[in-house]
Ligand binder design. Structure first.
Ligand code: OSB
Ligand code: MG
Length: 375
């Protein structure tokens, strides 16, 4: 494909249910949607999924827009690409800004798959030498609630909808006792916790009390740069450690494996800068028999469709953080909505590329909403 032009849409969308984490509340959904248009008139779509505040990574909607508009889009415009991995090489001269890069690189992957009339999932599978499955086992991520009772109410609602893996956000002062009460009320539910970097190594003994609660894993207990410290923490914990924020590159993953800091990987294409890096990490996980699942950044239908395409690879062995559309939005910007099916699964769409249709009027509405924030 030859890239003719690139359009950017910074957007804001209201959430059906906000997500409160140890680093704060996501009051609305923010993203930069990226449209790559080829000389042949194919439109590829990608999503730079960013939080409105720089609390998860250092990026925001405004930084992603700035970096793509002034640095990344000019590098790709006019280029001919015969393999989507070339997009990563071309964009390498822009350091960091992984969420921004994942959006523009994702749009290239979608355009490339559509130009070759193939599903994105089959394009990914062609790099991993296996065939994609059509169903993705998923769970649901639940934010910090005002009380244990409120949390149980939401968990029961999600179990009723068919979700079979529940992820609960925790923070300092809302962890061991909280998780114990949930476990006592729901002895057989598959539960995991996500600390979003709330702790330090000094909390090791405190966190070890979680071991008796039969948790699937604890996600990102320590700080993003504390890979080595996660290795030390692992001596004190039986609960498997899953890394999220700490693993931004394949090299981070190799270091984490080397120092025994990781039992499970939450692989988020947005965090690692796109699908080429994700495929490299996937190969490392398969090589080391490291269990992995695909994480989410509360994506719109565009980003979620691409993540579902990736999560359908057979090496993704644990339930992914990709929920049905109605968990996030009343009206999404892509159609059709993703609906939870039998066995806590989502189904990979049939069409070429990401397989969902973008509704342009809704993008315009969401872009107008973004303007209102003056961020
Ligand atoms: O830590 O996994 C996280 C959402 C925004 C930022 C960080 C995280 C999350 C989630 C939501 O847990 C997962 C989803 O998209 O459903
Ligand atoms: Mg996380």
């Amino acid at each position: 494909i030859t890239i003719k032009s690139i359009n950017l849409y910074p957007i804001s969308m209201p959430f059906v249910e906000p997500l409160k984490t140890s680093f704060g509340m996501e009051p609305f959904k923010g993203a930069v949607l990226v449209e790559v248009i080829t000389e042949d008139g194919v439109s590829g779509w990608g999503e730079s999924a960013v939080a409105p505040q720089p609390g998860y990574s250092g990026e925001t909607v405004a930084t992603a827009y700035h970096i793509i508009r002034h640095f990344m889009a000019p590098l790709l415009t006019g280029k001919t690409i015969s393999d989507p991995y070339q997009a990563r090489s071309i964009l390498k001269v822009v350091r960091d800004h992984h969420h921004a890069r994942a959006g523009i690189e994702g749009a290239v992957w979608d355009a490339f798959a559509k130009a070759n009339d193939m599903r994105l999932t089959d394009l990914f599978a062609s790099y991993t030498n296996d065939s994609s499955t059509n169903r993705v086992v998923v769970g649901v991520s639940i934010g910090i609630q005002p009380s244990v009772e409120d949390t149980l109410k939401i968990i029961r609602k999600r179990l009723g909808q068919g979700y079979q893996r529940i992820k609960l956000k925790i923070k300092r002062g809302w962890d061991v006792d909280f998780a114990r009460e949930i476990r006592q009320a729901l002895p057989d539910t598959t539960i995991m916790l996500d600390a979003n970097s709330a702790y330090t190594l000094a909390d090791a003994d405190h966190l070890a009390q979680l071991d008796e609660l039969n948790l699937l894993m604890i996600e990102q207990p320590l700080q993003p740069f504390d890979i080595y410290e996660h290795g030390l923490l692992n001596h004190h914990l039986e609960t498997p450690i899953c890394l999220d924020e700490s693993v931004r590159t394949s090299n981070d993953l190799r270091i984490a494996l080397q120092v025994n800091a990781i039992d499970i990987l939450n692989l988020k294409p947005a965090r690692v800068g796109g699908y080429a890096e994700s495929l490299d990490m996937y190969a490392i996980c398969v090589e080391h028999e490291l269990p992995l699942w695909i994480g989410g950044m509360l994506e719109t239908g565009i980003g979620r469709a691409a993540n579902i395409a990736f999560a359908a690879l057979p090496g993704v062995t644990l339930p992914s953080d990709i929920s049905a559309t109605d968990r996030y939005f009343a009206t999404d910007i892509a159609e059709p909505a993703f609906v939870l099916a039998e066995g806590s699964t989502l189904t990979v769409p049939d069409g070429p590329g990401i397989g969902v249709e973008v509704v342009r009027e809704r993008i315009e509405e969401a872009a107008a909403r973004w303007e209102e924030h003056h961020l």
